[in-house]
Design a protein around this ligand. Structure first.
Ligand code: PLP
Length: 402
């Protein structure tokens, strides 16, 4: 007997669940790439993406994953020897900095560890220590997917402005776009990178770089703008079509059109508050579990937690064992601990993550929580009782208040 047969839920922080509507939109014969619908729908895709990023500026579409979008963004603004300030709050800003280093940048890293957000005092001090403005860009991640911390991007801009420092502010929203609130223009973000397989609900394959005119002026003299990554032709809906540099990602574009339509129908604000409420349901369950055992959320302050992903510590080797139990017995796949290495636990088996980004609703989250609860019971891992009750209360209360 297996209790895992039935519809599977890949509850990891990307790729996320792909809606049937998106899959069906992609299920078609190869479209005409010279004229007609595919060509005509490009301006609408760019408009839709820009409205989710809340920007009037530019959006370039690439055939790539998030790592490609990282490289694309850097290729347009980084020259050999440029100094870059990296505000690391987990694996992902560090990963982005590794790309920058390979591209000739000199990275100065402020590492905030794995349980804290970007500290504005430290940022201010680093900027003050750079009176000659040798730092060309400040790079950070809005939601770091390994730690599930959510950073205050507006405060980063305020800190740069208060210091009178001209560095570009570059933000990775790969995990957070359409999950956590983000305002590119109001928050003064110059470059933002995203990808399609998380909050945007499309199979992996499209990377996005949003950039403003200030960043585009840096692009003017940047020393590493390569043919493929150049954002100029890709930022123009008319040109993009001819400049995909090879074959366009035909089916992904249809999938993206459908996902943007779904977000538009629900309304971005409703999408964001759905993510916020689902997150609070998850946190409520973890609070109860933690009252009677070792389960702990990685980020203790709810105001600093992402609404897209949750990282939790159960202690080695129980985190991995719980994941394995849930996968084998419930049809839910949880995310692995990423980069959360501890003494005696080189594989981060003490941690696991839940992806709750994109096409996720209350019954899916309740199902994940119930699966974890069953695993804790089955494996005799001590835990507080009543976690599902607590999650259901949050759900009920959110509906009452609506
Ligand atoms: C997923 C993710 C990435 C990497 O994206 P890939 O498509 O796996 O290359 C980068 N940054 C963040 C914050 C992510 O969540």
């Amino acid at each position: 007997m297996s209790l895992s047969n039935g519809r599977q839920y890949l509850a990891i922080p990307g790729p996320s669940v792909v809606p049937d509507r998106v899959l069906n939109a992609m299920h078609r014969a190869s479209p005409n790439i010279y004229e007609g619908e595919l060509v005509e729908m490009m301006p609408g895709l760019i408009t839709g993406l820009k409205s989710i990023a809340r920007t009037r500026h530019h959006c370039a579409i690439y055939i790539s994953n998030g790592h490609g979008a990282w490289e694309a963004a850097l290729a347009n603004v980084i020259s050999d020897g440029d100094r870059v300030l990296v505000l690391a709050t987990g694996r992902f800003a560090l990963g982005w900095s590794e790309v920058a280093t390979r591209m000739g940048a000199v990275c100065e890293i402020i590492d905030h560890g794995r349980q804290a957000p970007v500290n504005m005092g430290k940022l201010a001090a680093a900027l003050a220590a750079d009176p000659d403005h040798r730092i060309k860009a400040v790079m950070a991640v809005q939601t770091d997917t390994s730690t599930s911390v959510r950073n205050d991007v507006a405060a980063m801009r305020a800190t740069l402005d208060a210091a009178g420092h001209p560095a570009l502010l570059m933000i990775d929203c790969i995990a957070s776009l359409a999950c956590d609130d983000f305002h590119m223009d109001d928050w003064g973000v110059d470059v933002m990178v995203a990808a399609c397989q998380k909050g945007l609900m499309v199979p992996p394959g499209l990377g996005f770089v949003f950039f403003n005119d200030r960043a585009d002026r840096v692009r003017e003299t940047a020393g590493r703008v390569t043919h493929y990554w150049d954002w100029r032709p890709r930022g123009s809906a008319d040109e993009l079509w001819q400049y995909f540099d090879g074959t366009a990602p035909t089916h992904h574009l249809y999938g993206l059109r459908e996902s943007l339509a779904m977000i538009d129908e629900e309304g971005l604000d409703n999408v964001l508050s759905r993510h916020a409420t689902l997150s609070r349901m998850i946190w409520a369950a973890f609070d109860v579990w933690g009252q009677g055992g070792p389960m702990q959320l990685n980020i203790s302050d709810p105001a600093l937690r992402s609404h897209a992903v949750t990282a939790a510590r159960l202690g080695a080797p129980h985190g991995k064992a719980l994941r394995d139990w849930v996968t084998a017995n419930t049809g839910v796949t949880l995310g692995i601990g990423l980069g959360m290495i501890e003494p005696g636990d080189p594989l981060a088996t003490g941690y696991f993550r839940i992806g709750h980004m994109g096409h996720v609703n209350a019954h899916m989250v309740l199902g994940v929580l119930a699966s974890i609860d069953a695993g804790l019971k089955s494996m005799d891992i001590p835990h507080g009782r009543g976690a599902l009750d607590a999650a259901a209360e949050i759900c009920a209360e959110a509906v009452r208040k609506r």
